[in-house]
Design a protein around this ligand. Structure first.
Ligand SMILES: Cc1cc2nc3c(=O)[nH]c(=O)nc-3n(C[C@H](O)[C@H](O)[C@H](O)COP(=O)(O)OP(=O)(O)OC[C@H]3O[C@@H](n4cnc5c(N)ncnc54)[C@H](O)[C@@H]3O)c2cc1C
Length: 371
């Protein structure tokens, strides 16, 4: 019997656990993987809070120790299919996602959270959840269940909050951490192409001059995303510099880039990717997962200990993040038509100024926000 049971030990789930256990609740985190943060399924790029103007309170949660930072980024470059590019200043960190998630887990544990690894959430019951652990089905009682189990959330579907995604509202990604090649240490690159990254982009996120996280995201989700990554490495404007690099790790995953569903039903809350808390222009989800996870943990405890309505969580995260999510979603929808043709992509990257590009990434509307 726990007050709060969290499904998923990613950024959202661990942020929820940290907040709930800090407030004195009994907390269990259930994670299907045997090691937190592994295998890798993230680029690890985190813009500094001042680069996220539509998330004004993100600075209160976007905190992590220097030990998890691998590199700092000063420039973001946007590359058109024809190889021309524009760039703008950006202030951000590249984090080691495994170390990042393990740091969150150790904070949660130090505050009293219990974490079950190699344990899979199976279903919701009236009293809590059913989990498969060590080959056995176990019933766990919970006052509140936080679904932080990522894209295609099983908790969300069990609670009737999540239905199938519109196929254009989820991106499938494949990544490699590579060594060798010629990497610009402080430049994050985004390569656009209807060939190797339809509906998404290819990225080079540097770890150092000789090491980077590279990958592609495509929409609608596709099983041949591995082939697209090979095309990105061998037949793109990035090829000259990365074709000969060697993979030392591989990974991938799905990014939900649609509008969030309702995130509260009965005693269940959804946070992070399970609730599509992602900026659609970049696929960035770490800052939002930290914020929504913290709010879910807090609302869960205030429901249990003070009887406050649990579903105020839905209103609270919308107040903090909905503008950023909705704006980046609308911009992404507007750009979808342009992204289906290299000619249009070349033209768009030619006519936009670097300042306008940065504003679009951030979710600003060019005319409305007078960029
Ligand atoms: C390839 C790729 C690159 C990305 N790059 C960036 C980036 O550079 N910057 C950025 O900000 N965002 C990036 N994102 C998005 C970011 O990774 C997510 O938004 C973020 O991880 C969301 O955290 P989360 O805790 O909601 O979900 P997750 O990190 O996905 O965690 C969910 C956890 O739930 C567990 N789980 C799932 N089902 C069950 C179950 N049935 N039982 C028990 N446990 C379960 C999973 O094993 C997982 O550990 C990227 C995403 C992908 C796929």
């Amino acid at each position: 019997m726990y007050e709060i049971v969290v499904i998923g030990a990613g950024v959202a789930g661990l942020s929820a656990a940290i907040e709930a256990s800090r407030m004195g609740a009994s907390v269990l985190v259930v994670e299907k993987k045997k090691e937190i943060g592994s295998p890798l399924k993230c680029g690890g790029f985190i813009p500094k809070p001042h680069e996220l103007p539509l998330l004004p309170n993100i600075k209160d949660v976007l905190k992590y120790p220097d030990e998890v930072v691998i590199n700092t980024i000063t420039t973001q470059r946007i590359i058109a299919p024809n190889g021309t590019s524009k760039e703008f200043k950006v202030d951000g960190d590249v984090v080691d996602r495994r170390a990042f998630d393990q740091h969150l887990a150790s904070v949660a544990i130090s505050q009293g959270t219990e974490i079950w690894l190699s344990s899979t959430f199976l279903s919701l019951t009236k009293k809590g959840v059913v989990v498969r652990r060590g080959g056995e089905r176990e019933e766990v009682e919970a006052d509140v269940v936080v679904g932080a189990d990522g894209a295609y959330s099983k908790v969300g579907r069990e609670a009737g909050l999540l239905k199938d995604y519109n196929e254009n509202d989820v991106s499938s990604c494949k990544l490699e951490v590579v060594e060798g090649g010629e990497i610009e240490e402080d430049v994050l690159e985004m390569y656009f192409s209807s060939q190797f990254s339809p509906g998404g982009y290819g990225w080079v996120i540097p770890h150092s001059e000789r090491k980077a996280n590279i990958g592609v995201g495509v929409r609608p989700p596709s099983t041949n995303v591995g082939k697209k990554l090979r095309m990105f490495k061998n037949k793109s404007p990035a090829s000259e510099r990365i074709a000969k690099s060697q993979p030392i790790a591989t990974g991938g995953g799905n990014v939900p880039v649609g509008l969030p569903p309702k995130t509260c039903s009965g005693n269940v809350l959804l946070a992070g990717d399970s609730a599509s808390h992602v900026l659609s222009t970049s696929g960035s989800g770490i800052p939002l997962a930290m914020l929504s996870g913290k709010l879910a943990g807090m609302c869960g405890v205030e429901f249990v200990s003070e009887g406050k309505p649990l579903c105020r969580y839905d209103k609270m995260w919308r107040k903090e993040m909905m503008m950023a999510i909705e704006r980046t979603y609308k911009i992404r929808k507007m750009c979808d038509r342009l992204m289906s043709s290299d000619v249009r992509l070349n033209l768009m990257i030619k006519v936009l100024t670097p300042t306008q590009m940065k504003a679009i990434m951030q979710g600003k509307f060019l005319l409305l926000d007078k960029v």
